[in-house]
Each structure stands twice: as structure tokens, then as C-alpha cells.
Design a protein around this ligand. Structure first.
Ligand code: ADP
Length: 246
């Protein structure tokens, strides 16, 4: 099966320290994956490599049969290629409504600078409403984002990512700071999102990962330590050693 994204033998060194050490990891079209690992395992650096923020010293990042790490593409060029990223902290426009936030994030919006026909405005509106439904904010479209709960802001930002129509979205600790109920809903949103695109979730909360019910990759010292179902990797003695520091 051809892969959506292939990371092959990538190494990233900071002042002689290998934050990523000969890492190879692949993602299939439309898959849901959780990436876990102790602090310093290289999870953030991995996302930085894939999104073009950090250039590898060695190895390749293959996206659509092209080595994007070699092309000298900027972060925004890579984002336009279909790799989206959500950082841990929500960065919505607090003084704008949910609808306005989503409208700003739309890929190829029809307007405001393009000539707006009724048809095009309606098409934008329909896209926004569909996304609002996916993130459970249909009833909040006219609310100012600053008034939303922490969880709702996170969902809005996931919606803004969806509006960019990525083929792969990287989501950093979406459940951090959420209530149990919000976490559960976030699982549903991400599982639903993964039906039409690949979703990679970096997460500390094991209960959340369990609920995602997907393949898990454990990173340690910048490489893959274990991969498989959560119950499989958490039963792996090398994973237990790393987590319990034995
Ligand atoms: P994680 O997200 O899994 O906690 P990171 O990718 O942030 O791990 O970091 C991996 C390792 O690389 C850590 O030991 C961290 O201290 C180091 N590191 C990350 N970024 C830098 C940097 N810009 N300069 C030096 N060391 C860094």
C-alpha cells in the first residue's frame, strides 16, 4: 500500500544532541494514529519536521512521492500541500464569532475580495455549517469565540484546521485541560475527522488514547520504541521500562 507520509531514517541534532535519531514512521491515507512517549521523546520535533519547521540533518520526508524535506519548502507551503497542524494552545480570534473564525480559515474562500455571487456565499456558508456540525458548535456560530469554554475553543481550532482541508492533520495534546465530558466529545470529533483524512494525535492522556481506539506509536529517544494497539504496546516490557524509568 502506498503511504500518505513516509519518514525514512530522519535524524535531527541540536548542538550534538540527537533529538530525533534515525526515525522511520509511516502514515496511511485516512488513518487515525496516536503518538505517545515520555517527555523529551521527540514528539514535538517530529511534528516540526513534518510541518517544515525543522529541517532534518539526515533522512527523508516523503509526501506524495516527493521528498519535502529536500525541497526547501516553507511551513506555509507545506501547509498548503495538505499537512495541517494544531498546536496545544488554542489560538482562535477571541473577538470574532465562531462563524467568522471558521470563515477566515476556509481554504479558497469565495470572497471577500472575489466577486461574491449568491451561489458562492451560500457555498461558503454551507461549508462553515458542515464544519460547525462536525465540531459540535452548530448552536454557537454567532457566539464570540472569547466566550467559549476551553474545550469549545479547542474544537473551534480543530474546525479551523478542517476548514483548510488538510489530507493529514497533526493535533498536539487536544485533551489537555479538558473536562472528562469534553475529552469524550473530542475523541468523537477526531474519530469522525479521520473518516475523510489522516489524523495524528500526540497525547499524554492514556485514557484518551484508549478511547481513540487506534494504532499507537511509542516514541523514545527520537525513535520508534513500539507500535501497535495500546494494550499491546503498554504490555511491552521495554515500554513499561521507559514509562516507569526502571
Ligand atoms: P517531546 O515533545 O516528546 O517532549 P521534544 O521533541 O520537545 O520532545 O524534544 C526532544 C529532545 O530534544 C528533548 O531532549 C529536548 O530537550 C531537545 N530539544 C528540542 N528542541 C530543542 C532545541 N531547539 N534545542 C536544543 N534541544 C532541543
Amino acid at each position: 500500500m502506498s503511504m500518505l507520509l513516509e519518514v525514512n531514517g530522519v535524524t535531527v541534532t541540536f548542538d550534538g544532541f540527537r533529538a530525533i535519531n534515525n526515525l522511520s514512521i509511516n502514515f496511511a491515507e485516512g488513518e487515525l494514529r496516536a503518538i505517545i512517549g515520555p517527555n523529551g521523546a521527540g514528539k514535538t520535533t517530529f511534528m516540526d519536521i513534518v510541518t517544515g519547521k525543522t529541517k532534518p540533518d539526515k533522512g527523508e520526508v516523503i509526501w506524495g512521492e516527493r521528498n519535502i524535506s529536500l525541497l526547501g519548502m516553507s511551513e506555509s507551503e507545506i501547509a498548503k500541500e495538505g499537512i495541517g497542524r494544531k498546536f496545544q494552545k488554542p489560538t482562535v480570534f477571541e473577538d470574532q464569532t465562531v462563524r467568522q473564525n471558521l470563515a477566515m480559515a476556509l481554504k479558497n474562500p469565495r470572497g471577500p475580495f472575489a466577486v461574491l455571487t449568491h451561489k458562492k456565499t451560500a457555498a461558503n456558508g454551507a461549508r462553515i455549517e458542515k464544519i460547525a456540525e462536525e465540531i459540535g458548535l452548530s448552536d454557537s456560530l454567532t457566539r464570540v469565540a472569547g466566550e467559549l469554554s476551553h474545550g469549545q475553543k479547542q474544537w473551534l481550532e480543530i474546525g479551523m484546521l478542517l476548514a483548510q482541508e488538510p489530507r493529514l492533520m497533526l493535533v498536539d495534546e487536544p485533551a489537555a485541560g479538558m473536562t472528562a465530558e469534553e475529552r469524550e466529545k473530542t475523541t468523537d470529533i477526531l474519530r469522525e475527522a479521520a473518516k475523510t483524512r489522516a489524523v495524528v494525535v500526540v497525547e499524554h492522556d492514556m485514557e484518551f488514547v484508549r478511547r481513540l481506539d487506534c494504532k499507537v506509536t511509542v516514541l523514545h529517544e527520537g525513535a520508534v520504541l513500539a507500535e501497535g494497539r495500546l494494550e499491546h504496546v503498554t504490555a511491552d516490557p521495554t515500554v513499561i521500562d521507559v514509562y516507569l524509568g526502571r
